[in-house]
Design a protein around this ligand. Structure first.
Ligand code: DP6
Length: 339
């Protein structure tokens, strides 16, 4: 337990959400959160999550809060299970106080679990004195939520599914070298509904793998999408990146629509935004849509076109909020002053 003293048993980390351009959809191991396919994402420069983990020697239970309110139920259970994993590795039985501040609507398909578990992994590892490099932190964050493995890194990251022989060790994210200045990407985020989703992505993923006749074909084609995406990123070819991201996301939603019973996250306002993205393209603006486990749409475009794209999208969903994000930083520890 001596190592905990190095950090004084307290650490704060900040992490940003990421949006997958090649999606993670489907697990091959529900316990270890091992995915069936590789995925690739862009980390955002907005909506950070800040998490403080403080060990409390005398406490009998973990205390977990989000935005100042105690977390309950499944959300709390996932955080405590994650702390148990860190404690097991650190050889510690100390309970902790975990305080999280999210700047993104939670559970609305805006990747709050990615930034959340990336920040928690980094803060908990430091508070319990685990010495982890970025790869190990990515693997650890994966155990909280698969997509969190990618939020350890800034800009573009690929999460390797790994092989059955390598198990836990083979499945982690790492940076993808991209000339970000040349690509000059932005994601315009149209929040058509900020409420929590009806079916969790975890349940939807399971149901899709178990029952959708379209799942296997998508998983196979996603391999080609990934190879094409890496090549398009290498060339900093925004049009190609956008086309591949859009087809991969629409394919993922097709797998869910074919699940039994169907999972449908796309709503009428989602389709209205998709129509406006098509219209932008007809008008000569390279803009491409991607959607996750919710009705909100993220539109990939050039930074230089982002205001125009945001204006068109705003017009398509009156009352919906629209945000512009660029490539953001990887997760990092803050000092005691919160910097
Ligand atoms: C549609 O990472 O939230 O956003 O591993 O079960 O916690 P769990 O799932 P999660 O799923 C994200 C799915 C997605 C696509 C993606 O981010 O790649």
């Amino acid at each position: 337990m001596g190592v905990e003293h190095r950090t004084g048993g307290s650490a704060t980390a900040v992490a940003h959400p990421n949006i997958a351009l090649i999606k993670y959809w489907g697990k091959r191991d529900e316990q270890l959160l091992l995915p069936r396919t590789d995925s690739l994402s862009m980390t955002l420069d907005i909506f950070p999550t800040t998490t403080r983990v403080r060990l409390v020697p005398e406490a009998e239970h973990d205390e977990v809060s989000l935005g100042g309110a105690p977390l309950e139920g499944e959300a709390r259970r996932r955080v405590v299970a994650f702390l148990d994993l860190v404690r097991e590795r650190a050889g510690s039985d100390r309970r902790a106080v975990v305080e999280t501040e999210n700047t993104v609507p939670t559970g609305a398909g805006l990747a709050s679990s990615a930034s959340g578990f990336a920040a928690l992994a980094m803060a908990a590892a430091a508070a319990y004195g685990l010495d982890q490099d970025a790869t190990a932190l990515s693997r650890l964050a994966r155990r909280g939520s698969g997509s969190a493995s990618r939020s350890i890194f800034g800009d573009f990251a690929i999460w390797h599914a790994g092989t059955d022989e390598d198990g836990d060790l083979g499945s982690y994210a790492e940076p993808v070298p991209v000339d970000v200045g040349e690509l000059d990407p932005a994601l315009v985020i149209a929040v058509v509904n900020a409420g929590p989703k009806a079916v969790s992505s975890r349940e939807a993923m399971r149901r899709t793998v178990d029952t959708s006749p379209l799942y296997e074909p998508w998983a196979v084609s996603s391999k080609d999408d990934l190879a094409d995406m890496r090549e398009a990123l290498r060339r900093a070819d925004l049009e190609a990146v956008g086309e591949i991201a859009e087809r991969n996301a629409l394919g993922m939603h097709a797998t869910m629509l074919a699940a039994r019973p169907a999972v449908r996250y796309l709503s009428a306002p989602t389709l209205t935004v998709l129509d406006s993205v098509l219209q932008l393209r007809r008008d000569g603006v390279p803009a491409y849509a991607t959607m996750d486990a919710g009705p909100n749409v993220k539109v990939l475009c050039r930074r230089a076109d982002a205001e125009r794209v945001a204006g068109v999208v705003r017009g398509a969903v009156p009352g919906g909020a629209v945000h512009i994000a660029g490539p953001g930083p990887g997760a990092r520890l803050l000092d005691e002053g919160g910097r």
